[in-house]
Design a protein around this ligand. Structure first.
Ligand SMILES: CCCCCCCCCCCCC/C=C/C(=O)SCCNC(=O)CCNC(=O)[C@H](O)C(C)(C)COP(=O)(O)OP(=O)(O)OC[C@H]1O[C@@H](n2cnc3c(N)ncnc32)[C@H](O)[C@@H]1OP(=O)(O)O
Length: 359
């Protein structure tokens, strides 16, 4: 036992593997801290509750401890390792708590919180270990730079379309519905040709997603843009073009900036929410608008015979493209179903991952 004269205030907290002691003694000098079995003896000079003096205390721990670590800042901090990991019901061997001892509420955790803290530390360590085992991709910077530029160009293109259409709608009202194609088509052609890259990217493993969903989307949009609208002038001044282009560009002005931020490992929660929620009303509306355009184009293709297939004389003169369009109408809803399910899964995965992080 130590021969104690003045005793400092000592604050404590525990974890499963260690005990933290904070001795209220500033400008401490001549420190002598010893641990034997389950007893810690402390002696030192410094400024404590009774001014500048020599202070000492001894503490019999509930169970054996080993190795200490100490640091002296404004107070003396001591870390004591428990010889066996576990949660202690109390700190001292004697049932009555020594008078100089009090909980350190700055570091205090109850058993379950301490377990959680431990698990988080282990998870972090495992993640670091796991990541250090994966060989680093030497072209990662280049890939991200390329994706960033691609998304930026698409964002600028679709923003131009969206802003242009909105301004025209405010100025011309319903009249703007009729010449959407003539004012917007060039930029839309450019963006949609470029969008073929979105099928190539997953095929080359540049992005972590499947090839089928972007293929359905790019094929679906380009079929409508280049064949149904592009090949039939009579379709180009129909109001449905306005709705199709407006729905396409509305989702894209949120989707592309979301990807741009992902390329620089940044996330803006509102943008993520918009990217993974806006499709819920927009996608079905888009497909309905596209279906209307396909239906409106059927008699026009029948009449003009554009893209009709010439047949041997015995079978008739030609096979109208409208038959392909009728088949396409059915395929469209299958495409809608596949992509709707894909986006639903992506949304669930994204928000589940976020919830886990928040917990
Ligand atoms: C075989 C051919 C069959 C043809 C059949 C044709 C039928 C056609 C019918 C359908 C017609 C539909 C036409 C379209 C209409 C409309 O668009 S209406 C308007 C509303 N539209 C929408 O809301 C859909 C918008 N589009 C999309 O959401 C996508 O294009 C998608 C293809 C449907 C799904 O995208 P996907 O990439 O698979 O999912 P994400 O969660 O966004 O991304 C997954 C991960 O990949 C990363 N990533 C993807 N792209 C990029 C990129 N360009 N840059 C950087 N990163 C990218 C993304 O960050 C994700 O990564 P993690 O975060 O690590 O998961």
């Amino acid at each position: 036992m130590c021969n104690c004269t003045l005793t400092p205030h000592v604050y404590w907290a525990q974890r499963h593997g260690e005990i933290y002691l904070r001795v209220e003694l500033s400008d401490a000098q001549n420190l002598n801290i010893r641990v034997q079995e389950n007893t810690l003896c402390f002696k030192g000079q410094g400024h404590g509750a009774k001014g500048e003096n020599e202070y000492e205390f001894s503490l019999d721990f509930l169970k054996p401890v080993k190795v200490t670590h100490r640091s002296t800042q404004r107070q003396v901090n001591i870390t004591v390792k428990k010889r066996e990991r576990g949660w202690w019901d109390r700190l001292a061997a004697q049932e009555r708590k020594p008078l100089f001892l009090a909980p350190d509420f700055d570091r205090w955790l109850d058993e379950s919180d301490a377990e959680m803290e431990l698990r988080e530390k282990e998870e972090k360590l495992n993640k670091i270990l796991f990541e250090s085992r994966i060989p680093k991709d030497p072209y990662l910077g280049l890939k991200k730079g390329y994706l960033f530029m691609y998304n930026l160009v698409q964002f600028l293109g679709f923003s131009w379309i969206f802003v242009n259409m909105t301004v025209r709608l405010f100025i011309l009202g319903q009249d703007s519905f009729y010449d959407t194609f003539h004012t917007i088509a060039d930029v839309m052609y450019f963006c949609q040709i470029l969008a073929v890259i979105e099928v190539v990217n997953p095929a080359l493993r540049l992005v972590r997603t499947g090839v089928l969903p972007p293929l359905i989307q790019v094929f679906g949009r380009n079929f409508l843009l280049f064949i149904i609208l592009g090949a039939q002038e009579d379709m180009q001044n129909k109001p449905v073009v306005f709705f199709i282009f407006y729905l396409w560009s509305t989702i894209e002005i949120f989707r592309y900036p979301f990807y741009m931020l992902a390329c620089i490992d940044t996330e803006w929660k509102l943008l993520t929410w918009l990217r993974y929620s806006l499709w819920i009303p927009l996608y079905p509306l888009g497909v309905i608008a596209e279906a209307v355009a396909v239906i409106q184009s059927i008699p026009i293709f029948d009449e003009t015979k554009v893209l009709s297939l010439p047949l041997p004389r015995a079978l008739g003169t030609s096979l109208s493209f409208s038959y392909i369009l009728q088949l396409y109408l059915a395929v469209m809803f299958l495409g809608l179903f596949i992509n709707f399910r894909h986006l639903y899964k992506m949304r669930k995965r994204r928000f589940r991952a976020k919830k886990k992080k928040a917990n």
